[in-house]
Design a protein around this ligand. Structure first.
Ligand SMILES: Nc1nc2c(c(=O)[nH]1)N[C@H]1C(S)=C(S)[C@@H](COP(=O)(O)OP(=O)(O)OC[C@H]3O[C@@H](n4cnc5c(=O)[nH]c(N)nc54)[C@H](O)[C@@H]3O)O[C@H]1N2
Ligand SMILES: Nc1nc2c(c(=O)[nH]1)N[C@H]1C(S)=C(S)[C@@H](COP(=O)(O)OP(=O)(O)OC[C@H]3O[C@@H](n4cnc5c(=O)[nH]c(N)nc54)[C@H](O)[C@@H]3O)O[C@H]1N2
Ligand code: SF4
Ligand SMILES: [Mo]
Length: 734
């Protein structure tokens, strides 16, 4: 029977007058959906739709992708370069030449006065790969500061560090197709339906067909948790304890894959000795998951023919984020679940090109996972770029999170921010503000001029974004997709690549280093130095990538010639014939003693503060805050609060409350929901000067990634609701 009416009205979609559809890949999250943007007779982008024959999204798009064409003429876009002597003075419009000359001169002045590393450059996961590569060449090859890092330290650093420690190299070994082959999936700290809606759809479709066991580890009842066979509402920050306990049970009951362990790993005995300390009874007291459930999950996981794990920020953003990743890899390795269909340890990445920056930006090293610490790697790249190898530092410089501390202490005097907005995204923003005020020179390169960080800039460079530019991006499953320009940047704004090339001219006076102007040519240069590496892309070029709607690396020249791989590239790493990247080809099993070093609730600050995201918004909302169809869902900062806690505190739905942490306070609206337990609130971090006023952000010792998900607050009722509403308004710039 049909609900309601006998005949359904067909959905009517307004005719936007599209006369041509143009191809791109989505510029928001790391899922890597293929999009077509519809242009009307004036060539104006007026609609977006999913590409049916793209393997990733198979015609689907989420709420962000479907309105992405509205970005091009959204409010706040920067249209001309700007300049001023002091950060608190009014801006003056200027020419590109003046803005770039000033930036060049200030970089040199600061480096000459205070040393090469006193000028820092912070990049992003939201540009195109050729832009990353060019910025890397400029920074490492000509400017020469070692304090060059990306916002990926806030995001993927723990995954990178964990992969390196376990496998000897970064690089997620699995793919989305693994969902179709697996018998058991553990999702650690990942809100897949909201943050990667199309990966979720791929997972859900596979699950409906195969009904594999889905286990979700997350302190909140996310939509993923609601759909799971088992939801483990873990005590925040204690995942490593649960991992150790699962391995304890597996080894205790002899469920490990000894043949795989012996052939492919080192360190089993040391791991066994460590996990012996984490019997389920002891572990349950720390991680809050009862002992029987721990045993049950361990058995299901180990006995599954193939079992996979995915994770996102619930693991990475912790004081033991890197250990959490190693723990996931340990679990996968001892059960032989790497490199086989449905058996993998797949980090779900975040930003559209977080992978591209890991591979090509030279932020923590040199291109294509090469190390500054390796003389051979330095020699190879110096020769290729035509520079003196001695110009390269011999070890990596500061992480992004340490750069701000160095500004605070006066070691760093100048900063170039590219496509990142630390005033909203870094923890404990009061401290970041103070640091920014101390800079002698700051240049902000952003597609929007109304970002919080631009407040502290002396020069603003207006950039193009997404499909105003040309280049490639790599998604979570190592798939490279191409973006072709279908609009021009507004006013005088320019693609980031153009900006880097113009800066390079200023630093490359003798012309020793070449900087190709066009993205397809830069790609060929990258392909050349990728030969024989893990991320070998020598079989690809822009045209082939577009034709295939994305190709997964590795895809080599030889494979292209022999037609060896399926046309979409290499699905998995570390398959039977491949080896891990340590010299002996074996992976490392690493013991993980748990150190309880988080900020935890106490009498004065009795509530856990958990921060994260919503489906409709993107980070600091520079984009989605301006798109009505996204912004309408949550235009104001709010917390998820347990109804019993709200009742106890005398707080009604829709009232404003004050959250107070040891750092500062924030005024937000209360939205009671059973998604969170009585001792926790969840606060989306999308709003300006809000969530990160409160967070502590202790750093992971390996990855230097902040623990955004674990801090402690108290909640105060506010009598004067009108005043509260005004204060809360201040926390949303748009
Ligand atoms: N709509 C939208 N999509 C996005 C983004 C966006 O801003 N908006 N950003 C992109 C980016 S850059 C990223 S990095 C990803 C992030 O994607 P996710 O990591 O999936 O998103 P988050 O909301 O940050 O956090 C995920 C979950 O971690 C849980 N968590 C908190 N503490 C713990 C803990 O101690 N243990 C465990 N196991 N879980 C915990 C939280 O309750 C939350 O449900 O999303 C990407 N996709
Ligand atoms: N409390 C809390 N804080 C968090 C997190 C959390 O879960 N909780 N998550 C962390 C994570 S995972 C991440 S990834 C960070 C994100 O932190 P940020 O990188 O600071 O966030 P965005 O708002 O995406 O900033 C990107 C900036 O680049 C601009 N931009 C976009 N495209 C382009 C382009 O093509 N060119 C140029 N030049 N500019 C462009 C945008 O306008 C925006 O100002 O936040 C981190 N902060
Ligand atoms: S899932 Fe991610 S890549 Fe796909 S349309 Fe949504 S935001 Fe874009
Ligand atoms: Mo991220």
């Amino acid at each position: 029977m049909l609900f309601g009416r006998k005949q359904k009205n067909p959905i009517k979609i307004a005719d936007k007058g599209v006369v041509e559809w143009k191809y791109a890949a989505c510029g928001y999250c790391s899922t890597g959906c293929s999009i077509e943007v519809g242009l009307n007779t004036d060539g104006k982008p007026v609609a977006s739709r999913g590409v049916a024959d793209a393997d990733v999204n198979r015609g689907k798009l989420c709420l962000k992708g479907i309105f992405e064409h509205e970005l091009f003429d959204s409010a706040g876009r920067g249209t001309e370069p700007k300049i001023r002597e002091q950060w608190h003075q009014p801006w003056q419009s200027t020419s590109w030449d003046t803005a770039l000359d000033k930036t060049h001169d200030e970089i040199l002045r600061i480096q000459e006065k205070y040393g090469r590393d006193s000028f820092a450059i912070i990049s992003t996961g939201q540009m195109l790969t050729e832009e990353f590569y060019t910025l890397g060449k400029l920074t490492r090859g000509l400017i020469g500061t070692n304090n060059y890092d990306g916002n990926t330290t806030l995001c993927m650093a723990s995954a990178v560090s964990g992969y390196k420690r376990s496998f000897g190299s970064d690089g997620p070994p699995g793919c989305y197709e693994d969902f179709e082959h697996t018998d058991c999936l553990i999702a650690w700290g990942s809100n897949l339906p909201e943050q990667h809606p199309i990966i979720y759809w791929r997972m859900k479709e596979a699950q409906e067909k195969k009904n594999f066991t889905l286990i979700v580890v997350d302190p909140r009842v996310t939509m993923l948790a609601q759909n799971a066979h088992m939801h483990l509402p873990i005590t925040p920050g204690t995942d490593v304890v649960l991992m150790n306990a699962l391995m304890h049970v597996i080894i205790d009951e002899d469920l490990q894959d000894m043949a795989y362990i012996e052939a492919n790993t080192n360190g089993f005995d040391e791991l066994k000795a460590e996990v012996a300390k984490y019997d389920p009874v002891t572990a349950a007291k720390i991680c809050g998951i009862d002992e029987d459930r721990i045993r049950h999950v361990a058995r299901i996981f180990a006995k599954s023919e193939s079992a996979m794990q995915i994770w996102t920020m619930g693991i990475n953003q912790s004081t033991h984020g890197s250990d959490g990743v190693v723990g996931i890899n340990n679990l996968a390795l001892i059960t032989g679940n790497i490199g086989k269909p449905g058996g993998t340890s797949l980090s779900i990445t975040g930003q559209c090109n977080a992978m591209g920056t890991r591979e090509w930006s030279s932020c923590s090293g040199l291109p294509n996972h090469r190390y500054l610490e390796s003389a051979e790697d330095r020699e190879e790249i110096a020769k290729f770029w035509n520079i003196d190898p001695e110009f390269f530092p011999k070890k990596r410089g500061m992480f992004q999170t340490d750069i701000y501390h160095a500004i605070e202490s006066g070691q760093i005097k100048g900063l170039w921010l590219i496509a990142t907005n630390p005033l909203t995204s870094l923890p404990n923003t009061a401290r970041i503000r103070k640091a920014m005020e101390k800079l002698e020179f700051c240049v902000v390169q952003d597609c929007y001029e109304d970002t919080e960080s631009a407040q502290y800039a002396h020069v603003y460079l207006p950039a193009g974004t997404w499909a105003e530019k040309e280049g490639v991006m790599t998604n979570t499953e190592r798939r490279i997709s191409v973006v072709k320009p279908l609009a021009t940047p507004p006013g005088q704004a320019k693609p980031d690549l153009w900006v880097f090339n113009r800066m390079a001219e200023r630093f490359n006076k003798n012309g020793n280093v070449t900087f190709p102007e066009k993205a397809p040519d830069i790609f060929l240069e990258m392909a050349e130095i990728s030969k024989g590496r893990l991320a070998d892309i020598s079989g690809m070029d822009h045209d082939l990538i577009e034709k295939q709607r994305g190709i997964q690396w590795p895809y080599t020249e030889q494979q292209l010639k022999k037609g060896e791989l399926p046309p979409q590239g290499g699905k998995r790493l570390y398959t039977e014939d491949a080896t891990f990247r340590y010299p002996d080809g074996k992976a490392k099993l690493i013991p993980l003693p748990f150190i309880d070093n988080n900020e935890v609730p106490n009498e004065k600050f009795p509530i856990w503060l958990n921060t994260g995201r919503l489906i409709e918004h993107w980070h600091g909302r520079t984009k989605t805050g301006k798109i009505g169809d996204n912004n309408k869902y949550s235009p104001i900062p709010f917390i998820e609060i347990n109804p019993d806690l709200a009742h106890e505190l005398g707080i009604q739905r829709g009232e404003y409350v004050r959250l107070v942490s040891r750092r500062s306070d924030a005024v937000v609206m209360a939205q009671p929901t059973h998604r969170v337990a009585k001792n926790m609130v969840f606060l989306p971090f999308h709003f300006f000067d809000c969530a990160n006023r409160l967070t502590l952000g202790l750093l992971d010792p390996h990855s230097r990634q902040p623990a955004y998900k674990q801090s402690a607050v108290r909640i105060e009722r506010m009598e004067d609701q009108q005043e509260a509403a005004r204060l809360s308004m201040e926390m949303r710039k748009f």
